[in-house]
Design a protein around this ligand. Structure first.
Ligand SMILES: Nc1ncnc2c1ncn2[C@@H]1O[C@H](COP(=O)(O)OP(=O)(O)OP(=O)(O)O)[C@@H](O)[C@H]1O
Length: 232
């Protein structure tokens, strides 16, 4: 579904990404974990088309989309929920969903989103600016799902959430993958993320330091010691 080949790039002249190869199948969750500054968010931006300078290739269903602008990627295939939820604060929840472009059968899709995010359903006429951080994150997630993208990139979706809300978020992500969506999941809560993932990649210094089946990484002592933290 998604193939990243020898991806390099950064914000200026310096390469933050130093040759990343990753693949993601339909219905698969791939957790990308790693130390602060390893380049996880930069990788997410490169995949969705928001990094100023990118080398290598990104293929979506076999099609080279490396040069496709971010807006078109968003409309046709790759949903993105950035670290800081991008919602329109002055618009209501419903309006935030109404303004997403490229949505087929909008009414039915909005109903599905309210089923998936009951907390939003109860506040549909509230302005996004009045929502809690967690609710805003859910709204950003719902906005990204409106077009039914085959691939979704989530940049630390649980960062602003309480442990209970994070659990809910992980369940939702798992259910989403169960419907066939491919999920690239960047997470600080690496252990929990790997527990719902099929595969994992651990980044260090702009490269993939370790990659494999999620359960293998969870059992890997070196991964645990260096990257997954004790007690997480
Ligand atoms: N907008 C930017 N302009 C210039 N450099 C940036 C920008 N954003 C990030 N960087 C740099 O790129 C490197 C990788 O940052 P990135 O945010 O991708 O790491 P990360 O693995 O997501 O870390 P974290 O877990 O802290 O979010 C860091 O050295 C950072 O300073």
């Amino acid at each position: 579904m998604l193939k990243i080949e020898n991806m390099t790039g950064g914000y200026g002249e310096v390469d933050i990404l130093k040759g990343i190869d990753l693949t993601l199948e339909a219905g698969e969750i791939l957790t990308v974990a790693g130390t602060n500054g390893a380049g996880k968010s930069t990788l997410a931006k490169a995949v969705v088309g928001l990094l100023p300078r990118v080398g290598g290739r990104v293929l979506l269903s076999g099609e080279d989309i490396t040069k496709v602008p971010a807006e078109r990627r968003a409309r046709t295939g790759i949903g993105y929920v950035p670290q800081t939820a991008n919602v329109f604060s002055s618009l209501t929840i419903v309006e935030n969903l109404e303004v997403v472009e490229g949505v087929k059968d909008r009414k039915a899709r909005m109903a599905e989103m309210f089923d998936l995010f009951p907390a939003l359903a109860g506040r549909r006429r509230s302005r996004a600016g009045s929502l809690s951080g967690g609710e805003r994150q859910q709204l950003a997630f719902a906005r990204a799902l409106m077009t039914k993208p085959p691939v979704i990139v989530l940049d630390e979706p649980t960062a602003a959430l309480s442990p209970i809300m994070a659990d809910e978020s992980f369940s939702r992500i798992k259910a989403l993958a169960g419907t066939g969506t491919a999920v690239l999941l960047i997470e600080q809560r690496a252990r929990q993320a790997l527990e719902i993932s099929h595969r994992g990649a651990i980044m260090d210094g702009g490269k993939v330091a370790l990659e494999g089946e999620a359960r293998t990484l969870l059992a890997d002592e070196r991964a645990a010691e260096l990257y997954l933290g004790v007690g997480h």
